[in-house]
Design a protein around this ligand. Structure first.
Ligand SMILES: C[S@@+](CC[C@H](N)C(=O)[O-])C[C@H]1O[C@@H](n2cnc3c(N)ncnc32)[C@H](O)[C@@H]1O
Length: 260
């Protein structure tokens, strides 16, 4: 087996440390996402992510998946930028920017799209489950609807040494910012807007910009108790005749590789 170069070993160590720092898992164990939305998980997640210093609420497995997708598109020269719709405190997009730095990629951008004022209120008639979750004590009292300001997110980027001109912010509701967003080709599209309309709006505006060979990651595809995200994805895939297999990362998160 060939020995790894010092540079490769250093990059691996840096990325591992970075993932654990971003997710507050240096000294703490991450809440078990397999528990789904049980009260015990919700309480653990609030303590660990919202009230803790986490900059991303992604479990490590999802950052590993993101890393694999980014490395793959760079290695296979799939053209395009890296995009996340729904960034909260910015951890996953900071990680994308760090990956480009490690891979010495200077011709791709990282796009961070968010209201930077939290989740939109879902229509109670159309999306009763989402509305109930939106109005829940956990969301209103503890999560503050996942609001993180643009200044806070920029500060987080700067703290990790990743705030530079390869990062672009799109502030506003997806339905307003994404249709005419000045994004060209996309190599990795990560959807993390939680709700039906947030997922649908991102897919409608951005899917056609994903290059063949690129990836679409859906953070909440398997979350059925409080969101209709899966329905938005299934409807979109059916309407567009997309048959590329959905691959599970963990119970909530799935992705597919766009074949054409
Ligand atoms: C679960 S958080 C994202 C977590 C993040 N990816 C991470 O690494 O921790 C969901 C984010 O989506 C944003 N969001 C959801 N729907 C949106 C919409 N329609 N327009 C703009 N932002 C939206 C919220 O403001 C929130 O920051």
């Amino acid at each position: 087996m060939p020995l790894k170069s010092i540079a490769a070993q250093s990059a691996e160590l840096y990325l591992d440390l970075l993932k654990r720092s971003l997710t507050n898992t240096l000294f703490n164990i991450e809440p078990d996402a397999f528990e789904g939305s049980t009260p015990r998980y919700v309480e653990a997640a609030i303590t660990h992510y919202q009230q803790g210093p986490a900059v991303s609420m992604l479990p490590l497995a999802r950052l590993d998946n993101l890393q694999a997708c980014v490395v793959d598109v760079v290695e296979r020269r799939v053209p395009g930028d890296l995009v996340e719709t729904g960034v909260w405190r910015g951890g996953a997009v900071i990680f994308m920017r760090a990956l480009l730095r490690v891979l010495e990629v200077t011709d791709r951008l990282v796009w961070a799209a968010d209201s930077f004022e939290g989740l939109p209120e879902p229509d109670p008639e159309k999306y009763p489950r989402e509305h109930q979750a939106y109005k829940s004590a956990a969301m209103t009292k503890y999560y503050n609807h996942l609001a993180a300001s643009l200044d806070d997110v920029k500060r987080n980027f700067a703290a990790y040494g990743m705030l530079d001109d390869q990062v672009r912010f799109l502030k506003g509701w997806f339905k307003d910012t994404l249709p005419d967003a000045p994004i060209g080709a996309i190599a990795v599209l990560r959807l993390d807007g939680d709700y039906y309309e947030s997922t649908r709006d991102a897919l409608t505006s951005l899917y056609d910009r994903v290059s063949p060979g690129g990836y679409v990651i859906v953070d909440d595809y398997g979350e059925d108790s409080w969101t209709y995200c899966r329905k938005a994805v299934d409807e979109f895939r059916e309407a567009r005749g997309i048959t590329d297999p959905l691959i599970q990362v963990d119970k909530p998160c799935s992705y597919w590789r766009k074949s054409r």
